[in-house]
Design a binder for this molecule. Structure first.
Ligand code: RFL
Ligand code: PHB
Length: 390
């Protein structure tokens, strides 16, 4: 049987960030990932990092490429029916965000882990967690057609929403909170220069659209679609026509589109599981919570969870204190709910809700108007978007 100090399930950003922080601190860990590294890198997801997340990556020593290639954005554009309003983070709260794809974060972390010689097993599906409440928990996983066992002090469940970790907590010990939204986001990645300097969050009568980017030569764009829609129904041409109709005539007129290199639909949902720990198992990232992408918080919450868990494990191995570990869930959840609230608010503010009554539509319009005209309201948005302190 293999043995390590911390068994990390999942090589998404949460698992890889934790692995690097622990490795640098001399705490032995093994990362078990169900998919291949290439598959993990092929999933196109988030694109915006809060300063706190960049700081975590800096602590992990994985910022060399980020420091030269990432884009710094000092604001976003909120538009309604093609009318643009800039939310100036720099002047409102004195902070900025970093535009750098989740794929790049993951790639950098994978390379750093490989260079450090830390153990990762890909195509290793964890099938069960054993003895979570005992001194020496174990995880069993399937790799190359054989079953293997890994014994550890702690298990970090960084295996996303569909992983086994959360499901291993007895349902009597877990409370879940959920809200699904009646729409999804259709996203397209394309190698064309963005016709916008900052991200545009666009509310329009046809539905929400987001103009984002990955680099000066690559865009990531989204449109709100009905839940029933399938990617096959959306040719590139149809997507770009719809995107242009929502984003504003000025931007549409100067934007040269190109063929998509990735296209996918994701449903929007809020989900929280409490507590984020059980015995020697600690959940981090999407394993414990999901937010709709409108607030750009999913990846950033993974980073803050991991940072709290890292501090707690460090205190345990360096000073022998358990207080950090005991308080992990409470500390992490406080920040999680702030981001859940903000993501829900941004989603409610900017999307078209089918079958909504006229009163609610008026309230939504009025709220957006308030954000456009009130510095106080803009400050609230900016403070949350750039990220609350860790
Ligand atoms: P991840 O990235 O899902 O990684 C979990 C990893 O665990 C592996 N795994 C297992 N490994 C071994 N054994 C098992 N039994 C396992 N079960 C699962 C999985 O293969 C996977 O590699 O979770 P993590 O690390 O917590 O990171 C969280 C972020 O990925 C997530 O919050 C964001 O990407 C959310 N998100 C978005 N956030 C944004 O801010 N902006 C976006 O545009 C955005 N788009 C998205 C998204 C999440 C999506 N999902 C989860 C459906 C689009 C999608 C489609
Ligand atoms: C992205 O670039 O994929 C992105 C950016 C901001 C969001 C969501 C997604 O709020």
């Amino acid at each position: 049987m293999l043995r390590t100090q911390v068994a990390i399930i999942g090589a998404g950003p949460a698992g890889l960030m934790l692995g690097q922080l622990l490795h640098n601190a001399g705490i032995d860990n093994v990362v078990l990932e169900r998919r291949t590294a290439e598959y993990v890198l092929g999933r196109i997801r988030a694109g915006v990092l809060e300063q706190g997340s960049v700081d975590v990556l800096r602590t992990a020593g994985v910022v060399e490429r980020l420091d030269t290639e990432a884009l710094t954005h000092a604001g976003i554009d909120l538009s309604r029916d093609g009318q643009h309003h800039r939310i100036d983070f720099k002047s409102l709260v004195g902070r900025t965000v970093t535009v750098y794809g989740q794929t790049e974060v993951t790639r950098d972390l994978m390379q750093a882990r490989q260079a450090a010689g830390a153990a990762s097993v890909y195509e290793a599906e964890v099938v069960a967690l054993h003895g979570i409440t005992e001194q020496k928990p174990r995880v069993t996983y399937r790799h190359n057609g054989e079953e293997h066992e890994l014994e550890c002090d702690f298990i970090a469940g960084c295996d996303g929403y569909h992983g086994v970790s959360r499901k291993s907590i007895p349902s009597s010990a877990l409370k879940t909170f959920e809200r699904s939204y009646p729409f999804g986001w259709l996203g397209v990645l394309a190698d064309v220069p963005p016709a916008w300097d900052e991200l545009i969050y666009a509310s329009s009568a046809r539905g929400f659209a987001l103009a984002s980017m990955r680099s000066p030569t690559r865009v990531r764009c989204y449109v709100q679609v009905p839940l029933e829609d399938r990617v096959e129904q959306w040719s590139d041409e149809r997507f770009w026509d719809e995107f242009k109709a929502r984003i504003g005539a000025d931007v549409a007129a100067r934007f040269e589109t190109g063929p998509s290199i990735e296209k996918s639909i994701a449903p929007l949902r809020s989900f929280v599981a409490e507590p984020m720990q059980y015995g020697h198992l600690f959940l981090a990232g999407d394993a414990a919570h999901i937010v709709p992408p409108t607030g750009a918080k999913g990846l950033n919450l993974a980073a803050s969870d991991v940072f709290y868990l890292y501090e707690a494990l460090l205190a345990y191995y360096r000073q022998g204190t358990r207080t950090g570990l005991d308080g992990y869930s409470e500390r992490a959840l406080r920040r999680v709910w702030q981001s859940v609230r903000f993501s829900w608010w941004m989603t409610s503010l900017l999307h078209q809700f089918p079958d909504e009554d006229a009163f609610t539509t008026h309230i939504r319009r009025s709220e957006l108007e308030y954000v456009f005209t009130s510095t106080a309201a803009q400050t609230v948005l900016a403070e949350n978007y750039v990220g609350l302190p860790l």
